[in-house]
Design a protein. Sequence first.
Length: 166
Amino acid sequence: MNRIKKLTTASVLVAMGVALSPFSIPLGVARVFPIQHMINVIASVLLGPGYAVGMAFATSLIRNSLGTGTLLAFPGSMLGALLAGLAAKYMENKLVPVCAGELIGTGVLGALAAYPIAAFIMGRDVALFGFVIPFVASSLGGAVIAFVLLRALKHTGIFQTYIGGA
């Protein structure tokens, strides 16, 4: 896929992440936002780890600027995008490892990375593992949605045409 097509795809996915940000569900001190995680998985498969992480950062930055996100979006979405992207790259876009990368990256590593942000920057009294359940719920929902969507696209042939076309 050429660079213009990748940048266009990334832009559309970031715009979707920002536009759909009001559809988050509060759960404890975090927000369950499965759309961001769905986008992370799709970006990882279509564009690779670099684009996926950059898009997660851009979406989090725009959402925070608009007041529709929290600082906790940065570590969760970026670590999930990184692990999903690496899984896509090294596991030849097999969807289960990519979704597992998003789940582990966001649900576990992102949740643990969010603790110091919440405790020291945001001044919240939280437990070290307090974000794991909401982050797992959010990333699991998004990974399942992305799995179903990408699986359907693979079966129709649209996925191969998009990836293979210039």
